[in-house]
Write a new protein. Structure first.
Length: 612
């Protein structure tokens, strides 16, 4: 065997890895509003760089598809071009030797179908489809359209009270969202091209920790309009609608069926994630408006809906999805089997469970399942096991929640489908029996589990918590005459209930269980639509100005993470788990913001963010 040497190609491959990593970061920061034709072309060009060119379909097909796509992108093509592009892609897909070729062709074919309107606009109208324009990523990805660059800039200058005002322009729950928002705003952050997305939620947490929401006065309402609006439901959607309507000068009465306001923020999120006293800061600020009246323990049935619709100029129904779903399992009627939502709801009224010495099994893989598992640990359970029918990476819960649960001692039993609950002679649950699964074909974006040829798994369980979804209690509203689709209350594109002129619907009761920020966005939208329907077009001033942008700091930095109390300590109580973000950390993180509202796409938008 002769001497070995490092080949130049091997050295080049190391450099290629660096370029590939940068490409991955760029793809992760794909801006919303990008032209789909350009995106398909770009993906094809990456595939063309990867091909070895050995087979004729790749060596000839890829350059031809590239030329055809370039003609489409530059508005120099017609229907015949698209037909030729499709034929070429089909030929490459069916005859290409390796995955590089046939997968690239399949991607082009999928793009032609998925973006048919855009391709048609390029070839017929000679322009991109209406609405195709890049926007500020974090603002676009936020359901409530909060002006995130503005409040980050204010926080970076230490003006936290003004930052709270800026957040509250679009979101009256700055504290709750700082603690529990799933931060979709970070998904396309352009900072990812440099290093990693800005920790937007961490900055917001620093803001509300520095300036409590109830210590920052809300804007004064505009002059009274003489209009009266009833809001049914005191959760994030209903209270957001009430807040904005009140600022517009309308008189609002909120009807809440439970003892306290907050909806699923209080009755569905444990205190270790959202302390009740912090939630109350937002609630006190909202209810400080003089033209908001609140009636708790005031459930609304069919008869009361009729009275409200007759007495008020508008009614907004936002009752959420506060019922718990159960699985139709043999033995599900045993003592100790309960809905996860029911358990968390009891905690909302300070009725904490005592699971001392008990084995707890949780069925599900979402955030509610993680909340129940971590709550069970704090309630003294001897063991807590999560049974989930898919893989760990398929869980819909936030990765941070799953990691936190594991750190606190929760065992994840994945690829286990609940089969039945075993009960003892006294009718008490004693085990959850699961049927093992194996992962199969991808369906609707996720690999689907299928039964595996393995023996059943028996999980000892004195308590079985079912966390597989939430139910909407639509019956009273259907009796009133409102339409429902599988218990979800129907509404048109303006959130108006079909058949009614002054009844609106929004939030979880309309589209099913989602997130706090999506419920807030629905309430904000409903308020704007109700205001328009009442004959107004109010513009609100948040009382804070957007600071001028500074030059970007483009040096790569590590992303500041929100630290938590040690798992061995936090799992023993229901106290808040996260630690404060220091002023130094917040300043560094604010400095990482690239101010997309000013530079690049923001300059094209030309929007004023003072009112809405």
């Amino acid at each position: 065997m002769g001497r070995l040497s490092v080949k130049p190609a091997a050295t080049a491959d190391g450099r290629v890895d660096e370029f590939a990593a940068a490409l991955v970061r760029r793809v992760e920061a794909m801006p919303p509003g990008i032209c789909p034709v350009s995106l398909v072309l770009g993906q094809l060009q990456v595939a063309k760089a990867q091909t070895c060119g050995k087979c004729t379909p790749c060596s000839q097909g890829m350059p031809k598809m590239e030329r055809l796509l370039q003609d489409v992108e530059r508005f120099r093509a017609d229907g015949r071009t698209l037909a030729e592009l499709r034929r070429t892609a089909e030929l490459l897909r069916d005859t290409g030797d390796c995955a590089v070729g046939w997968q690239a062709a399949e991607m082009v074919l999928v793009g032609l179908d998925a973006f048919a309107d855009e391709f048609a606009s390029h070839t017929q109208a000679g322009a991109c489809a209406a609405g195709t324009r890049q926007t500020v990523p974090c603002v676009t990805q936020c359901p409530a359209q909060v002006n995130i660059p503005a409040y980050i800039a204010l926080a970076g200058e230490g003006r936290c009270e003004e930052a709270v005002r800026m957040i509250r322009k679009d979101n009256p729950f700055p504290t709750a969202c700082a603690l529990v928002c799933e931060h979709p705003c970070e998904a396309r952050c352009r900072r990812a091209m440099v290093d990693a997305p800005v920790n937007i939620r961490g900055i917001k947490k620093h803001v509300v920790d520095s300036a409590a929401a109830d210590a920052v006065p809300v804007p004064a309402p505009l002059p009274s309009t003489g209009k009266r609006v009833a809001v049914v439901g005191g959760g994030p959607s209903g209270l957001s609608c009430a807040y904005f309507l009140a600022l517009m000068g309308h008189d609002v009465t909120v009807h809440e069926g439970r003892k306290r306001l907050g909806g699923m923020m209080r009755y569905g999120i444990p205190a270790y994630r959202l302390p009740r006293e912090r939630l109350d800061e937002d609630l006190r600020a909202i209810c400080s408006l003089p033209n908001i009246a609140v009636q708790t323990e005031s459930p609304v049935g069919a008869a009361e809906m009729g009275r409200l619709a007759g007495r008020y100029d508008a009614v907004y129904v936002a009752v959420g999805a506060q019922g718990g779903k159960m699985l139709d399992l043999p033995g599900a009627d045993a003592a100790g089997v309960m809905s996860a939502v029911d358990l968390l709801s009891r905690i909302g009224d300070d009725d904490y469970p005592d699971f001392t010495g008990k084995n707890v099994a949780v069925v599900g893989g979402g955030n509610v399942a993680m909340d129940c598992a971590r709550t069970s640990v704090r309630a003294g359970a001897a063991s807590v096991t999560v049974a989930y029918r898919r893989r760990l990476e398929d869980m819909t819960a936030l990765a941070a929640e799953v990691e936190a649960a594991i750190a606190e001692g929760v065992e994840m039993m994945c690829l286990q489908a609940p089969e039945r609950v075993e009960a003892d002679a006294d009718g008490n649950a004693c085990a959850l029996v699961c049927r093992p699964q194996r992962i199969g074909e991808v369906r609707r974006g996720r690999p689907a589990p299928v039964p595996a040829d393995k023996p059943e798994l028996r999980i000892p369980a004195d308590v079985v918590l079912i966390a597989v979804g939430q139910a909407i209690e639509s019956a009273p509203f259907e009796e009133f005459g409102m339409q429902a689709d599988r218990t979800r209350l129907c509404a048109d594109e303006f959130l108006r209930a079909p058949g009614f002129d002054n009844v609106y619907v929004g939030g979880d009761c309309q589209w099913g269980p989602k997130t706090v920020i999506m419920a807030i966005a629905a309430g904000k939208t409903a308020a704007a639509n109700i205001d328009e329907a009442l004959g107004f077009h109010h513009v609100l001033d948040c009382g804070a100005e957007v600071p001028p942008a500074r030059l970007n700091d483009r040096a790569p930095y590590g992303r500041v993470q929100v630290a938590e109390r040690p798992a061995r300590e936090r799992k023993r109580d229901f106290a808040y788990v996260e630690l404060p973000v220091s002023g130094e950390e917040a300043a560094q993180e604010c400095g990482r913001c690239l101010r997309c509202d000013v530079y690049g796409i923001g300059a094209l938008a030309g929007k004023e963010h003072k009112g809405w």
